[in-house]
Design a protein around this ligand. Sequence first.
Ligand code: HEM
Length: 338
Amino acid sequence: MRKILKDFRERVGIGALYYEVPAHSNSIFYSLGGITLVSIIILFASGIILSQFYNPTPEQANRSVHYIAETLLLGWFVRGIHFWAVQVVTVSVILHMIRVFVTASYKKPREFNWTVGVLLLLVYFGLIFTGTVLKWDQEAVEALEHHLWIVDKLGAIGIWLGEGLTKSVSMLGRLYALHISLLPLILVFLMLLHFFLIKIHGLSSLPRQREGEGAKILFVEHLKRLGLYGMGVLLLILLLSLTIEPPLGSEAVAGIEVTKPPWMFLWLYSLENIWMPFLIIAPAIISLFLFLIPFINRGEERNPFKRKISMVILIISILIFIGLIFNGAITSTAHIME
Ligand code: HEM
C-alpha cells in the first residue's frame, strides 16, 4: 500500500506541495486569502447549478428566479448558498486586504501583487453588481438604471457597456453574459497570477521579523489547515442558507426609485444622495488611491505600531465606510438621476 501511495505521489507530482512556508501561514489572519478562495469555489459551484435554471430574458428572468426559489427541488437552498457565499467572500476579501495593509505586505517586492489584488476586488464588485441585476425585480431594475446613468455620463468611454452597442440582446442578457463568462474568466486569471506571485515571493514574514526568518511548516500542512477553515466556512454558509432566505421581489415598476442596493454598495448610495456624480467619482478616487498605496508608502518599516499615520488613515477610512453604510441603511432616496 505504501509503495502504491509513493508511486502515485511520484506520478501526479504531489511531492511538489511538500515545500516550506512560514508557520504563521496557518494563523487565521494569514489564511483570509485562502478562506476567500474556498468561498469563491462554493460561489462558482452554486452559480453553475443556478445557471441551468435561470432564463436571462427580461420577460422570463424574474419568473425563472421565482421558479428556482419556490418550485425547483432544493432550488431555494442552492440560491441561498450562492447568496450567502457572496456575503462571506465580501467580508473575507475586505478583511484579507486589511490584514495585508496592517502587516505592510504590499511593500517591496509585493507591490505588483497588491495591484493584482485591487483588480481582483474591482472585478469581484463587478460580479456582485451584475448578479444583483439578474433577479430582475425592483432592486435589480433600479441597479440597472444606475448603470445606464453611469454609461451615459461616461460618454464614449462607457459606450460598450450601454444599450447603444447592440439591439439584438437586452441589457439584462449582456450583463448576464458578463456575470457568467467574462468577469469569472478575468477573476480566475487574476487569481492564478496572484497565487503565482505569492509562490515567487513567498508569504511575507511577520512585521517584526526579517524576510525569511521564523519557524517553518510544510505547505501541505497549511493546505490541511485551510481545509479545516474551509469546512467551517461551508458550514456557516449552509446554516445561513437553511435559515435566512435571500431577498427577492416581484417584477419591477419602471421609473421609480424605492429600493436600496445590497449592503456592500450602501456607502455609495449614501454618497450619491449627497451629490449624484459621487456615483462615478468616489469609486474612481478610491480605486486610484488603493492602486497607489505601495507606490506612495515606500518606506521599509512594516511594524504597524511604528506606522502610526498609515494606521490612523486605515481606522478613519473604516469608520467612514461603516458610517456611510449605516447612514445608507436608515435614510431614504434623496437623489434624482438626470
Ligand atoms: C479574489 C480575491 C483574493 C483572493 C482569492 C486572494 C488570495 C490570497 C491568498 C491565498 C494569499 C496568501 C496569504 C493569505 O491568505 O493571506 C494572498 C496574499 C496576498 N494578497 Fe490576496 N487575495 C485576494 C484579494 C486581494 C486583495 C483585494 C488584495 C489587496 C488589494 C490582495 C493582496 C495580497 C497581497 C499583497 C498578498 C501577499 C501577502 C503576504 O505575502 O503576506 N489580495 N491572497
